[in-house]
Every structure is written in C-alpha cells, then in structure tokens.
Design a protein around this ligand. Structure first.
Ligand SMILES: *Cc1c(COP(=O)(O)O)cnc(C)c1O
Ligand code: SF4
Length: 340
C-alpha cells in the first residue's frame, strides 16, 4: 500500500492526463491501427520536434485513417526533414521583437508574454517549433522584469499570455501572475492564446475557473481549433465553463493543406464554433517555418476559399484571413480581390 502524507497535493486530473500524453510514434500508430511503414519517418521527424498528443485528442481521430485531419496535425512525417528555400527557423520575427526576455511587443497597445515553452500537444506546423523556449522560461527574475516593464509603460492596455501554451502552467502560478497583472492600473484586458481547451478539455476545471472569475481584468480567450471534428461535447463543456467564468471566446485557425483547405470544412468549423459559444477571429496563412512546407496552401487558393465561405456564412462567422509579415504594424489582412 502506498502511504501519503495527508496534505501532499494530489495532481489534478488534467495533470495526470498531460503526463500520460503519447510521445512514442510506435504507440500512436498502434493505437490507431496505422501502417507500421509510417514508423521510421515518424521517428526521424520526431527527433527534431517531439511527438506529443494527449489521449483525449487521440480519441477524436478515426482509427485506420492516415488522412484523418486531427492525426495530420500531430503525426511527424518524413516531409518535415526536407527544407525548401524560404522556410525559416523564426518566420515571424519573434526574436527581434523581444523587449525584455519573455516579453514581445510588435503592435501598439498590446504586449505578449511567453509564459512557458510547454504545450499539451505538438502541432507539426507550429511557427514556434524552433523558438528557443529554454531561454524564455518565466523564472522569478524574468517575471519581475516583465511586470516592471509593463507597469512602466502606460501605452500598453492589453497583455497576452502566450507560449508555448499558458495553460500548461499550474493554477497557482497563473493565479499569481494574473493577480499581479491586475494590479497594473493601465491594463484593461487580459488575453490568453491557448489550444489546451481544445486538446485537453479537462484542463478547464474548478481551480482554473476560480482565478479566472476573481480577476478584475476582462478575459479574452483566443482558442486554436482548425477542424470541426476537434470540437466534440467534451470541448463544448469546457468552453461553457470558461463562459460561465465570464470569458469572451474567439478562435484562430491556421489554413492547412490536407486538414481544413476546403470550403465545406471551413463552413462547418465556423458553424460549430458558434454553436459552442465561440466567434471565429483569424484564419492564418501558414507561417513559413522550416519543416512545415507540406502544409502550405497557395495564396490564390486561400483567397478562393475565403470568397466561397463568405458567400455561404453570416458575416460575423467569416474569420479574417491574415498573414503575419515581420515588421508590419498588425496582422495583415489578405483581402478578397475585387474586380475594379
Ligand atoms: C499576433 C500577435 C498579437 C495579437 O495581435 P491581434 O491582431 O491583436 O490579435 C500581439 N502581439 C504579438 C507579438 C503577436 O504576434
Ligand atoms: S499549441 Fe500552439 S504553440 Fe503549441 S505546438 Fe501547437 S501551434 Fe505551437
């Protein structure tokens, strides 16, 4: 029998699920009954950017289907090891935008905090797959320097917690950070950029709701879902809890070849998001990060898709198609081309 001291903290359910995430390509293939021939390239690609997928996300994939749109986002492929010109380690200019270590500011009025390098899932197309996260962990010294920089700049009205994924951090650290941000009088809003509620919905538990509801700052969650199949009833319940705690919910997606590059999928994604209380915000063109070229959707095709979904959806369900250009003052809209 295992004896425990009565006050030893028990890991929360989400922490146990996170610790049990699948990281071995052989296990992923076996669980989904996929062709063992995928194993060798998966191992090779996972050596450059590890495989990571929580069981709760895997449960939404179709066994036996190598083209499943959820699987495609997490399965390491040999194609990642080819490197066409123009695909870079830091495609969006994150490194030059650092103000103090862990604090990025590119746009007026808002600044972004890298809270952790960890994510509940590893997305193969991630634009930060090569980011030197180890140099941007939120150590106590860094945290103090970031808070001082924010407190000293009255132009900043909104702080974005990002990463990695801020919800990989435990609730104590998040609650402390959010409380400290709440004490900076010129901050008006707090934003979290997170994919965790989509891939690990158990993360949205009572502990999290508590600090969320306690903050004086209005909270905006910018979620990251790419396909309607990701949005099952467990995700819907998690998002309902976020809304109950007072958060506004938006979604950003990435346009990905073989995942969501057809109008029907994009329409269903917007419709399903609305059904579960989320408005579409951005649809990003792929950032040209090294290892992700096989996900690219050409600009002309992206515009054609936007035109088609604009003709089928209510205006507020059409995400803004944008791309990030290093040095630009905002995300750059990739407008429909109108005949003149
Ligand atoms: C994308 C991004 C933001 C947020 O931009 P919005 O258009 O306000 O969503 C803010 N800071 C940085 C550094 C970013 O990369
Ligand atoms: S969750 Fe976001 S930051 Fe993390 S790997 Fe996926 S895209 Fe990258």
């Amino acid at each position: 029998m295992i004896s425990r001291t009565p006050d030893a903290p028990q890991p929360a359910r989400w922490q146990r699920e996170l610790a049990g995430a699948i990281t071995d390509p052989a296990e992923l293939l076996a669980r989904l009954q996929l062709d063992p021939a995928l194993l060798e390239p998966a191992r090779a690609a996972a050596a450059t950017f590890a495989l990571r997928v929580p069981a709760s996300y895997l449960a939404r994939m179709r066994p036996g289907d190598p083209h499943d749109p959820l699987l495609r986002q997490v399965l390491p492929l040999g194609a990642e090891l080819t490197s066409p010109p123009g695909y870079l380690a830091d495609p969006v200019g994150d490194l030059p935008a650092g103000r103090v270590p862990g604090l990025l500011q590119k746009y007026r009025g808002r600044a972004l905090v890298i809270t952790t390098g960890a994510c509940a899932v590893h997305c193969r197309y991630c634009f930060r797959r090569h980011y030197p996260y180890a140099q941007a962990q939120l150590t106590p010294g860094r945290r103090a320097a970031i808070l001082a920089a924010l407190a000293g700049d009255r132009q900043i009205h909104e702080v974005i917690l990002s990463g990695g994924d801020p919800l990989s951090l435990g609730d104590h650290r998040l609650a402390d950070l959010v409380a400290a941000l709440g004490e900076i009088p010129h901050l008006r809003r707090l934003r979290l950029h997170t994919r965790t509620p989509i891939v690990l919905p158990s993360r949205i538990d009572g502990q999290l709701s508590k600090w969320l509801a306690a903050s004086r700052l209005p909270m905006v969650f910018v979620l990251h879902a790419n396909h309607p199949q990701e949005l099952d009833s467990t995700v819907a319940s998690a998002l309902a809890r976020l809304r109950q705690a007072g958060a506004t919910l938006l979604n950003q997606a990435v346009l990905l070849r073989g995942v969501n590059d057809d109008a029907e999928t994009l329409v269903r994604l917007s419709e399903r998001l609305f059904e579960i209380g989320v408005l579409p915000y951005y649809l990003h063109l792929l950032d040209p990060v090294r290892g992700a070229a096989h996900f690219d959707v050409p600009l002309a095709r992206a515009r054609a898709l936007l035109a088609e979904i604009s003709g089928r959806l209510s205006g507020y369900l059409v995400p803004r198609l944008v791309r990030e250009i290093p040095g630009a003052p905002a995300k750059v809209p990739v407008d429909l081309q109108l005949a003149d």
